[in-house]
Design a protein around this ligand. Structure first.
Ligand code: IPE
Ligand code: IPE
Ligand code: MG
Length: 266
C-alpha cells in the first residue's frame, strides 16, 4: 500500500496551459452596474462562454472547464434559479450542434440527477454526439461541488472494491473515480469578478494549479483578457515541491514557459 502523492507525476507544461478551469463570476454585478436585472448579466455570460470556447480553441487549449452552477447556487432566489435553468436548457438546445461542427467534445460534471429531465436528456445526447471529437474538451460543471465529487468517487471506489478500505485507499485508487478522470489536472485556474476563493469548485484537482484572480467581470472576460491570464501563467515557475535550482537542468518541462525559464537563468 503506497501513500505517494498523486502530484509527484509532473505534467509537461508549455506556453499554453493544457487545461484551463474558470469560475465565471460577476454576472450579477455586471448587470447591476448597468441598471439591468441580474438575468441580463447571465445572458451576457452565455455570450462570454461562446467567446471563451472560440479563444481556447484558437490557442490550442485541450481542456476548458467552466463552473456554471454550484451545488450552493440552489440557495439563490427561486426565480433566479429558474432563469439559470432556462438558460442552461436553451444553451444545450442551441449550441450543441455548433460545438459538434467545431470538433468540440462536451462533458458535464456534477450531480445532474437534480435537473429537469429535459436537461438531463440533452446533456446525455450532447455528450454522446460529441464523444468522438478530437478538438477542445469543454466541461460544464453544473450542480457541481468539489466535496460532492470526492465523496461520490469514494462511494464508487468502495462499491468496486469492498474491503479495500481496511488497507487504506491510495490517491491513485481514488483518482479514476473523480468526475474529471478523463482530463489532466488544471494547469491554470481563473476566477473573474474579484473574489479570491474557490467556492467548492475542483478541490481535489486544483492541488497544484496556478491560481489567477481578476477583477474583470465574467461578461467582460474576452480573448484579450485570456491572453493577459496566459501571459501571467507563462511567468510562473511550477515547482511541485522542489526548489528552483532543481528545476535548472534536464526537466525544464515543469516550467510554465519561456518567461519563467529566462527569469531562472538570468
Ligand atoms: C456567476 O455570476 C454566475 C453564477 C453563479 C451562476 P453571479 O451571479 O455570481 O454574479 P455576482 O457575483 O452576483 O456579480
Ligand atoms: C461560484 O460563484 C459558482 C459559479 C460561478 C457557478 P458564486 O458567485 O456562487 O460564488 P460565491 O458564493 O460568491 O462564493
Ligand atoms: Mg457571484
Amino acid at each position: 500500500m503506497t501513500h505517494a502523492s498523486s502530484t509527484q507525476a509532473i505534467p509537461a507544461t508549455g506556453e499554453v496551459p493544457q487545461h484551463v478551469a474558470i469560475i465565471m463570476d460577476g454576472n450579477g454585478r455586471w448587470a447591476r452596474q448597468r441598471g439591468l436585472p441580474r438575468f441580463a448579466g447571465h445572458q451576457r455570460g452565455v455570450e462570454a462562454v461562446r467567446g471563451m470556447v472560440r479563444a481556447c480553441t484558437d490557442r490550442g487549449v485541450g481542456f476548458l472547464t467552466l463552473f456554471a452552477f454550484s451545488s450552493e447556487n440552489w440557495r439563490r432566489p427561486a426565480d433566479e434559479v429558474a432563469l439559470l435553468m432556462q438558460l442552461f436548457l436553451a444553451a444545450l438546445t442551441n449550441e450543441v450542434r455548433k460545438l459538434h461542427r467545431n470538433g468540440v467534445r462536451l462533458r458535464v460534471i456534477g450531480d445532474t440527477a437534480r435537473f429537469d429531465p429535459k436537461i438531463q436528456s440533452l446533456v446525455a445526447s450532447g455528450e454522446r454526439l460529441t464523444a468522438g471529437n478530437k478538438g477542445l474538451t469543454l466541461t460544464i460543471a453544473a450542480n457541481y461541488g468539489g466535496r460532492w465529487d470526492i465523496l461520490q468517487a469514494l462511494a464508487r471506489l468502495c462499491r468496486e472494491q469492498p474491503g479495500a478500505a481496511n488497507a487504506g485507499f491510495s490517491e491513485q485508487q481514488l483518482a479514476p473515480h473523480l468526475s474529471m478522470a478523463y482530463a489532466p489536472e488544471p494547469d491554470l485556474f481563473i476566477r473573474t469578478g474579484g473574489e479570491q476563493r474557490v467556492s467548492n469548485f475542483l478541490l481535489w484537482q486544483l492541488a497544484y494549479s496556478e491560481l489567477y484572480f481578476t477583477d474583470t467581470l465574467w461578461p467582460d472576460f474576452d480573448a484579450k483578457a485570456l491572453d493577459t491570464a496566459f501571459a501571467w501563467y507563462r511567468g510562473r515557475e511550477r515547482r511541485f515541491g522542489r526548489t528552483s535550482e532543481q528545476l535548472g537542468d534536464a526537466d525544464g518541462c515543469s516550467l510554465a514557459g519561456p518567461a519563467a525559464q529566462a527569469a531562472r537563468s538570468g
